[in-house]
Design a binder for this molecule. Structure first.
Ligand code: PLP
Length: 405
């Protein structure tokens, strides 16, 4: 059994990078003060905040007053959806897709409760949105369309530039949730042609609890929090200056290393995928190209994904099953359901998400354990043979363990 932990859950979160921690430490003397204060201490904090804003804006090809710092990707998504829809005239219509993150789907439910008209676009069996279907969903009263850049579960990358161009022609504001993108895809808002774009620092080795929303100048958007005038009056609340400085550094490093890392990580992911398909029968790869370089979502028929997650965890390998857990529960995946996968594929899905620190040796270690674990879990209860199963860990034991999570 392998003792060194292998972390393959980078779509859930990434570890803070040393250079980012250093940037936050450097920011701290100034970040101890309130950037809205007029005295020297406050002005120093503001200088750090505004320096981060300039750098992030330049990475995205945006103007500094188009960057609104938030407390998370979730808040950026909520601000985009609720802020734009509520600023639109009564009777507005909002379009999104069936595979969005819960930050979007729950905000859309809220808008529907408030009486707005909503459309949720379907996807195909690979999780792709169809551009023609998107175009025909737009109505004269459509105020906003929101389509994620890349899916967090299956990694499918949507044709954002094409969809944004359709929306623009029809006078519809277009938002994209780009939270999973920074390490693997370009974030140039002019090339993408989007009006709003959400990011979260912790998906690219920045700190947790910091995000941003790019809002193209001129896009009507109300705020969803009420308080002071921070962030151009669009997001009140004292900013997390050190966290924002960390996010700027994390995004810069991600952009700098994007080409090299996406090639390297995609090659490791492909090796994992090819070997799984060659050594384990009855598997399905979920999601298709174009796909995030680090994502491999595989269904193992005849297995409950939670059981395999625990088995891998006990072998030192961290992955995710279904959607990332918010409450510690394993929820059935709305993404795999939207892709119309049959229940054995939905129930047996595991997401391996690699990161910039993933090595070939780690992938080999995973491949050394996985076929054995899958074969064992596919045996009828009581007949599991692998050395990782001791007498305490019968299928019932696994189930109980899973329930404790
Ligand atoms: N959007 C996507 C696609 C995500 O993957 C996540 C996080 O899992 C979020 C939004 C929410 O970001 P945060 O964790 O910063 O709230």
């Amino acid at each position: 059994m392998n003792l060194e932990r292998i972390y393959l859950d980078h779509a859930a979160t990434t570890p803070l990078r040393t250079e980012v921690a250093d940037a936050m430490r450097e920011a701290f003397p100034a970040a101890n003060y309130n950037p809205s204060s007029l005295h020297a201490e406050g002005r120093r904090a503001r200088a750090v905040l505004e320096d981060a804003r300039e750098r992030v804006a330049s990475l995205l090809g945006a103007a500094r007053n188009e960057i609104i710092f938030t407390s998370s990707g979730t808040e950026a998504d909520d601000l985009a959806l609720l802020g734009v829809a509520r600023a639109a005239q009564r009777g507005a219509h909002v379009v999104t897709t069936a595979i969005e993150h819960h930050a979007i789907t729950a905000a859309l439910d809220e808008l529907a409760d408030e009486g707005l008209e909503t459309t949720v676009l379907p996807v195909d069996r690979d999780g792709r949105v169809d551009a023609a279907q998107f175009a025909s969903a737009l109505q004269p009263n459509t105020a906003l369309a929101s389509v994620m850049y890349a899916n967090n579960e299956v990694g499918t990358v949507q044709p954002i530039a094409e969809l944004a161009a359709i929306a623009r022609k029809r006078g519809v504001v277009f938002h994209t949730d780009a939270v999973q993108a920074p390490s693997w895809l370009s974030l140039d808002v002019r090339e993408l042609g989007v009006d709003l774009l959400s990011l979260s620092a912790h998906k690219c080795q920045g700190p947790k609890g910091v995000g941003l929303l790019y809002v193209r100048s001129g896009v009507p958007m109300g705020s969803i929090l009420y308080g002071g005038g921070q962030e151009f009056g669009r997001r009140p609340g004292t900013q997390n200056v050190a966290g924002i400085a960390g996010m700027a550094r994390a995004l810069e490093l991600a952009a700098l290393e994007r080409n090299e890392q996406s090639g390297r990580v995609a090659a490791l992911r492909d090796r994992l995928e090819t070997a799984i398909c060659a050594t384990i029968p009855d598997v399905r790869i979920n999601g298709a190209e174009p796909r995030l370089a680090n994502n491999l979502n595989v269904s193992f028929a005849g297995i409950e994904s939670g059981m395999l997650l625990i088995a891998l965890d006990l072998c030192g390998i961290a992955v995710s099953a279904g959607s990332a857990c918010t409450s510690g529960d394993l929820e059935p995946s709305h993404v795999l359901a939207a892709m119309a996968l049959e229940s054995p594929w939905r129930e047996g899905a595991i997401r391996f998400s690699l990161g910039v620190g993933t090595t070939a040796a780690q992938i080999d270690t995973v491949l050394g354990s996985l076929p054995r674990l899958v074969a064992d879990l596919r045996r009828p209860t009581g007949q599991m043979r692998g050395e990782w199963v001791d007498s305490e860990r019968t299928a019932r034991g696994w189930r109980q363990k899973l329930e404790q999570y």
